[in-house]
Design a protein around this ligand. Structure first.
Ligand SMILES: NC(=O)c1ccc[n+]([C@@H]2O[C@H](COP(=O)([O-])OP(=O)(O)OC[C@H]3O[C@@H](n4cnc5c(N)ncnc54)[C@H](OP(=O)(O)O)[C@@H]3O)[C@@H](O)[C@H]2O)c1
Length: 313
């Protein structure tokens, strides 16, 4: 049986990636794609799409006009919760905003660390983009950690969405790197809550459009070799098609358009005091849309990677 899916925020940068993945998903029927204005043809958002029709402006109350199996919320932070409250309880809901990442009765859907396999799991908070990369890079090393890690993050400006701001202004970003939210960023809080480990997270926006690179420095409880730390990563993600562990330092330009996360470049200070690892990902894919489709598949009893074209590396 097909999965009937509605997308709130289908005209945004994440919404378009979602629509693109749903378009290629063999079991998905699109019920609607909403935005603040009606009338943008889906074929303008996604040339060549099999989906017909246009975006619709829709209030939370109007969700009941549609029969839905899955509701995907790609609205701005603070605007998704009212849709989640209005949707029928039998509709599986995945919120890509931050509105439910700190809510106890929502499952936090960082798929490689906690698969939503329970059959009646109906509410999933899709993790943040930086938080996804940082937690996948840090989780295998929790047992060897001897202090609070520092996470230096750089994101392309699509991370700031489409509403104009200094953080997505190409003129301001040209030849520039913009630090922001340098203490207690919401993704720092998200990592702390779900990893159970404090971090010091320092985000920056770069002039490129898509991609995240995280350079993570981890104090070690006891000296370890790069090989031992590399093996911990490999063992942790054996069988996970969307996490690639490599020896070389991954570069963000190679992350664009890829569904997964790349972890690599592990080094240890000669004193054994700390190790460094680099993590890259596409913020709109594994940082948002790909992860939402993984969650949707698992909630709907489908193979986790249905509709996600995984490359062999
Ligand atoms: N960008 C990223 O890298 C990223 C990664 C992970 C998660 N997220 C999260 O994903 C969500 C979408 O982010 P984005 O970057 O795609 O933002 P965006 O480009 O600004 O898109 C937001 C979309 O939501 C629509 N919208 C705004 N208010 C709405 C309302 N009241 N009801 C229904 N739709 C509404 C907008 O409609 P119009 O087109 O009509 O303005 C637009 O389509 C955010 O919560 C963000 O935190 C973003």
């Amino acid at each position: 049986m097909s999965i009937r899916v509605g997308v709130v925020g289908g005209r945004g940068v994440v919404g378009r990636e979602l629509l693109r993945l749903l378009d290629g998903h063999p079991d998905v029927v699109l019920a609607f794609a909403s935005s603040t204005e009606s009338g943008t043809p889906l074929s303008d958002l996604l040339p060549g799409t099999r989906f017909s029709g246009s975006t619709t402006a829709m209030s939370p109350a109007q969700l009941s006009d549609h029969e839905l199996d899955v509701l995907l919320l790609a609205a701005p932070n603070g605007q998704a919760a009212s849709f989640a409250q209005a949707v029928a309880p039998q509709t599986a809901t995945i919120d890509l905003s931050s509105d439910h990442r700190f809510v106890d009765d929502w499952h936090y859907g960082l798929v490689e660390l906690a698969k939503p396999r329970q059959p009646r799991l109906m509410r999933v908070a899709n993790p943040g983009c930086y938080a996804t990369g940082a937690q996948l890079g840090l989780h295998p090393w929790l047992p060897v950690m001897g202090g609070v890690p520092s996470v230096f993050g750089v994101s392309g400006y699509s991370g700031a969405g489409s509403k104009p701001s200094p953080k997505n202004d190409p003129a301001r970003l040209a030849d520039n790197l913009m630090p922001y939210g340098l203490v207690d960023h919401t993704h720092e809080q998200e990592i702390h809550r779900h990893l159970g480990q404090r971090v010091m997270f320092m985000p920056h926006v770069a002039p490129f459009f898509v991609g995240i690179t995280l350079t993570i420095s981890v104090p070690l409880r006891a000296p370890a070799t790069p090989d031992e730390l590399h093996d911990r990563m490999v063992d942790a993600y054996r069988g996970e098609a969307l996490v690639h562990v490599q020896r070389d330092i991954p570069e963000v330009s190679a992350a664009r358009g890829r569904h997964g996360v790349t972890i690599g470049g592990i080094e240890v200070h000669p004193s054994g005091s700390h190790a460094v690892v680099v993590v890259t990902l596409d913020n709109l894919l594994k940082g948002a849309a790909t992860q939402a489709v993984q969650n949707m598949n698992l909630m709907m009893g489908r193979p986790e990677l249905m509709g996600i074209a995984v490359e062999q590396r």
